[in-house]
Design a protein around this ligand. Sequence first.
Ligand code: FAD
Length: 403
Amino acid sequence: MDRNVDVLVVGAGPVGLALALDLGDSGVDVAVIDRAPRPSRGPRQPPRRSGACLESGMPPRVSAFGHQARDFLARMGAWGSLDAADVVPFTEVQVFDGQGTGQLSFDALNTGMSELGFIVTNDGLAAVLASRLDLIENVSLYPETTVKEIAPCAEGFSVETGEGTFRAHLLVGADGSRSAVRQVAGHRTWGWSYEQQAVVATIELARPHASVARQWFGEHGILALLPLAAPHLCSIVLSTRQADMWLAMDDETFCQRLTAVVEGIQVLGTDTRYTFPLSQRHSFRYVSPHVALVGDAAHTIHPLAGQGANIGLADAEALATSIKRGHLEGRVPGNDVDLLQYERARRPENYAVGLAMEAFVRGYQSGTPGMTWLRNQGMKLLDRNRTAKALLTQVASARTHVR
Ligand SMILES: Cc1cc2nc3c(=O)[nH]c(=O)nc-3n(C[C@H](O)[C@H](O)[C@H](O)COP(=O)(O)OP(=O)(O)OC[C@H]3O[C@@H](n4cnc5c(N)ncnc54)[C@H](O)[C@@H]3O)c2cc1C
């Protein structure tokens, strides 16, 4: 099977799928390929626990989304199609400095919002995006299709896969942090590994989470507790240098150690634990003739503020807007005018978000008494300053853009 298309998206993660869906009303011919099977939503079973061993019935991966991502997904009809078990609003964020006495909380009520953001299951969102694509004529999804070779051709780029060859005017790398498209296009990157991993699991608490997202910074690393649809279930992301130790613990010890970190909230059980390596990496360029990078292919950041997929979706929206505008004005996708417009729209904001994450990570990695005191005083001051808090809350919920 050989196909000529206007836009070939490599990668059917949330960003590649959202880009393709947004191009659905453009008249541009789009193909999306991914080596993984077609995205699907796993069955949701009621939680069962035996001692500290939990079968939560939930998928291990979730993402926090702000209002901007919600609005984008809603515009394409995807948000409204999410199952209630796959999307949970959170109304408050509490941040604790485990090495001191600092505490900071953001409450939706104080800023006139009904929620600060949403926790969404990754498989639920991917399945909805894929099924929305099925309704669109000019977009085709090719799962289980692995890139073998990418080469320039008369149209732009040709991509050889096990299933045939695709030729496209615009090749989009939505293929994640180890992007093959980025490498073939010769885009250099800057960044570093954190020498940390994220330990991810679903846990059960003794008391309801009350729709509050919580985060502790301390000697253990950075621990986030994200509320899920069932009132006692949370997803955890523990960013730590000691992932092996946390993985090696039996369930009971793991729950006891987590209980010690989360001060006063008893952790009753844990589902299977998974780990993900953490790094910060940015591509110097997002575009080159006939190539664009979006999402983690362009930038990978620390997950402590849950921004990676948010800024990736903003990339998808911006690139789709540039392609559609160019198409209306008679330009073929992959031209320099539209690609540069996309890069100008997104790169500064993504760099700023990445550097902000870096400041947080470095600030909290410093264990010197002076730094701990400064952090605690800063958190207390900020917690009392209503104007600064209102602004930070809006930035955190992506109502106000970092520019
Ligand atoms: C522990 C953790 C927690 C996180 N929490 C949040 C959060 O709360 N909020 C948030 O916004 N972000 C969060 N993130 C970041 C978020 O997960 C990523 O930014 C997001 O998944 C990037 O989406 P993507 O579509 O760009 O890439 P990916 O999700 O990596 O998708 C890339 C796709 O490309 C495919 N692919 C790769 N190579 C090839 C190839 N050669 N041929 C064919 N297909 C290929 C892969 O199969 C995959 O489907 C978190 C990240 C981690 C690690």
